[in-house]
Design a protein around this ligand. Structure first.
Ligand code: SIN
Length: 309
């Protein structure tokens, strides 16, 4: 019997596939639909103090191999998600609340209120690239450490960090040290590859409106960056901090590669937006087939076991 369930920081997920914060998870209807789907968990949109409309449209553009977005954290505000959490928990799969903020002071306010609603896990988003004038916190180790240390004592459920992609081993090491000092229960990497630019040569124009067309890249094209970050942090922590691999998962093989690099679960963004909720069934079938063919019974049989040459 092939088993694609997984466990993150002691919390059991019936399937290792779930949505990435941001993909079809803003409204109550979308979150309920995730609950009714084959997704292994329900991840909320990253929430701010007040509800936000987000950036002007067009703010998402899909192209062969990927996507670019600059949504600007459209969300209902933390109070609405706190109210919804008990209802969402009734679907019998973990609810992951994604906490964000527009300034450092927002994080503890939201973290305390959301923790009181007792989602199964809380993910602290340090990596939104799309708020004009607000750099990604995860690229500032001191600010990251201040925020993590402020929210850590307020959170009693497993607490994770959603990280941006890092591109140099020195940055993996610096952030690894910060994380090691702060008592983090799980990691989720990577957020979109921030501040890419996609140009339509026909129209001789950028494809999204905010920030002059700059936005976060997602989809298949970012998979090698995602795998590198999963692998780097898996090795840094010697596999002791569970990792959710996000970035470039479009089919079962992509997920298999994330697990080989050390991920314990994967999240999907671009492919979920493009394909809809049926994607979870397809991914589960494809991964199950791969595991069967290779003689693995579960993800734990090969997690982190990618061979180096
Ligand atoms: C957005 O809302 O702009 C995306 C959120 C994120 O990348 O964290």
């Amino acid at each position: 019997m092939t088993d694609v369930s997984t466990t993150i920081a002691g919390v059991k997920f019936p399937s290792c596939f779930m949505n990435a914060a941001g993909a079809l998870c803003v409204t109550r209807e979308e979150l309920v639909s995730l609950g009714q789907s084959q997704a292994g968990g329900i991840v909320t949109k990253s929430m701010t103090i007040e509800a936000r409309q987000g950036n002007p449209e067009p703010r998402y553009y899909g192209f062969p191999g990927g996507s670019i977005n600059s949504m600007g954290l459209p969300n209902l505000g933390y109070r609405a998600y706190a109210e919804m959490i008990p209802e969402l928990k009734r679907f019998g799969k973990p609810v992951v609340a994604s906490v964000s903020g527009l300034c450092e002071e927002d994080f503890p306010v939201i973290a305390a209120a959301i923790n009181a609603a007792q989602p199964d896990l809380i993910e602290v988003n340090l990596s939104c690239p799309n708020i004009p004038g607000k750099p990604q916190i995860g690229y500032d180790p001191e600010a990251s450490e201040r925020i993590i240390k402020r929210v850590r004592p307020l959170i009693t459920v497993p607490m994770g960090l959603k990280l941006p992609p890092y591109f140099d081993p020195a940055h993996h090491a610096v952030m690894g040290e910060v994380i090691g000092r702060c008592g983090v229960d799980f990691l989720n990497m990577i957020n979109s590859v921030g501040n890419g630019l996609v140009v339509d040569p026909e129209r001789e124009a950028v494809v999204i409106k905010p920030k002059g067309g700059f936005g976060g890249l997602g989809g298949k094209i970012i998979k090698p960056v995602a795998l590198a970050n999963v692998r780097a942090f898996y090795k840094f922590f010697e596999g002791k901090i569970p990792i959710i691999g996000t970035g470039g998962v479009v089919d079962g093989v992509d997920a298999f590669e994330h697990f080989l690099c050390g991920a314990s679960a994967v999240q999907v963004g671009t492919v979920l937006v493009e394909e809809g909720l049926e994607v979870f069934g397809r991914l589960e079938t494809e991964l199950t087939e791969i595991l069967k063919n290779k003689g693995y019974r579960s993800i734990e049989d090969f997690r982190g076991a990618v061979k180096e040459l």
